[in-house]
Design a protein around this ligand. Structure first.
Ligand SMILES: Cc1cc2nc3c(=O)[nH]c(=O)nc-3n(C[C@H](O)[C@H](O)[C@H](O)COP(=O)(O)OP(=O)(O)OC[C@H]3O[C@@H](n4cnc5c(N)ncnc54)[C@H](O)[C@@H]3O)c2cc1C
Length: 442
């Protein structure tokens, strides 16, 4: 029998479409709702469920991991020695044979991580809902009560005692009316976008550093009579050929597309198309190097990597000064020792950069996870409250996971107490995290 959905009434205006009010079905009501399943969302949902909260994770793609998996990212910075769920994840990947030391860090097998994140989160009781885009916020006064979602099932609502924005880009916070910043103060530009890609045929060759490979590639292209230059300036952050645990397989960080607004889908589409071409061209040049005669481009990432988008204004804004001072906080929820890694947003523009400013291991306070403007909401991952420069350090995945883990614990606690996260004592959140085994700087 054919079925027919009732179209929603709309009026066509000269420059817009006017939607009439409509009743949106309530799909679910949970204790903790995690929006986004990247490193931060994974940490958040896992922690909340582990502590007994009924937890739902919404994700627009059909997998967990965010940039880890859809973005074909490696290595995993700030992964080890963090305590609690971070340690459990590393131990699990090690037991699966999907973890290896790589130069100054560690790498994982992407497919194993993709699968095992589902094993670990489902095992903790997290309910997953894929192929679902969070499109709007449901507010009661200045308290967030839930979100509107869109999927093949249509437009629905999900309510929660506490919502965690782990979308990377701050979609939930923005829709809820939180203030946010985008890009560096001088011109609003964000770090360039990179489409990671995977190659086979690397053998056990390990790259010494980025400038050496840059020079070798440039020389090889010249010798072959190719009109090609690496799509980056000569620097220490790219190109990198990153060996994975799979023999001969590596993830490559090389493509760069500049001056892209990460919130404009047309700009991100153009960047993706351009970067995919950059990847193919780069592999053609790499094959001119004797060690890469058998190199093969197996695939490019499903999604271009966005390093930086909205940074939501929180109750505290972490700054470069905090990193330089190695700041500690009474309400610390995690720490970070990763340097200030700013891929230059506009090479040649002459804007001074804080890239690799000397810093010391520092802590991140709970207040960076609390939006300044809206209650019932926690922030996790690269969107937390910080400046362009500070973000360039804490954006690495181990630290994003750790902020997620902290948000998950706080959300579960607030939900159980029938309160909102901003009413919790941040020093007590710190203590509870330490009781779970989280290691801070002291
Ligand atoms: C090219 C590149 C290279 C990097 N290199 C490294 C590195 O070598 N090592 C390292 O540790 N870190 C690296 N980083 C940084 C790191 O990958 C990110 O900062 C980190 O993944 C951020 O984690 P997150 O969970 O906050 O966001 P993301 O990883 O971006 O995850 C966000 C998730 O939310 C989902 N989502 C977004 N919007 C919605 C919505 N509206 N509705 C539903 N779901 C939504 C997305 O699909 C995604 O799964 C790199 C980043 C990039 C882009």
């Amino acid at each position: 029998m054919p079925v027919r959905d009732q179209p929603h009434a709309k009026e066509l205006l000269p420059d817009a479409v006017l939607e009439s009010p409509r009743r949106v079905a309530l799909r679910d009501e949970v204790d903790v709702l995690v929006c986004g399943g990247g490193p931060a969302g994974v940490g958040a949902a896992w922690a909340a469920a582990r502590l007994g909260a009924r937890t739902l994770l919404l994700e627009r793609w059909g997998q967990l991991g965010g940039v880890w998996t859809a973005g074909l990212l490696n290595p995993f910075f700030e992964a080890t020695g963090r305590g609690w769920l971070g340690d459990e994840l590393v131990a699990h990947l090690t037991a699966c044979g999907a973890w290896r030391r790589w130069k100054f860090s560690h790498c994982f097998d992407t497919e194993t991580l993709r699968r095992e994140l589902e094993t670990l989160l489902s095992g903790a009781g997290v309910e997953l809902l894929y192929q679902t885009l969070v499109t709007d916020a449901v507010l009661e006064g200045d308290r967030l009560r839930g979100v509107i979602i869109e999927s093949k099932a249509g437009r629905e609502a999900v309510l929660a005692k506490v919502v965690i924005d782990a979308t990377g880009d701050g979609d939930v916070a923005a829709r809820a009316g939180c203030r946010y910043e985008l890009g560096r103060p001088v011109d609003g530009l964000v770090q360039p976008l990179t489409l990671m890609f995977e190659v086979s045929g690397v053998g056990d060759w390990i790259q010494p550093d980025a400038p050496t490979l840059f020079d070798e590639l440039t020389a090889a292209a010249q010798a072959a009579g190719l009109d090609w230059l690496p799509p980056i300036e000569r620097c220490n952050y790219a190109p990198w050929i990153i060996n994975t645990p799979a023999p001969g397989v590596a993830d490559v960080q090389l493509t760069h597309v500049y001056r892209v607004n990460p919130l404009d889908p047309a700009a991100v589409t153009r960047a993706t198309v351009s970067a995919r071409r950059q990847a193919a061209e780069a592999v053609a040049v790499l094959r001119h190097l004797p060690q890469f005669a058998d190199l093969r481009l197996t695939h490019t990432a499903a999604a271009i990597g966005i390093r930086e988008a909205r940074r939501v204004v929180g109750q505290y804004t972490l700054s470069l000064d905090d990193l330089v001072a190695g700041q500690r906080f009474d309400d610390a929820v995690t720490s970070c020792a990763f340097g200030v890694d700013i891929h230059e947003p506009a090479p040649g523009a002459g804007v001074p950069t804080a890239h690799h400013t000397a810093m010391r291991p520092y802590e991140i306070p709970y207040r960076c996870l609390l939006p300044a403007d809206v209650g019932g909401l926690l922030l996790a991952g690269r969107l937390i409250s910080g400046t362009h420069e500070a973000h360039a350090s804490y954006r690495v995945t181990g630290t994003c996971f750790a902020t997620g883990q902290a948000a998950g614990l706080a959300a579960a606690w607030a939900a159980a107490e029938g309160t909102t996260p901003d009413r919790l004592d941040g020093r007590a959140v710190r203590q509870k995290l330490q009781q779970q085994g989280v290691r801070l700087l002291d």
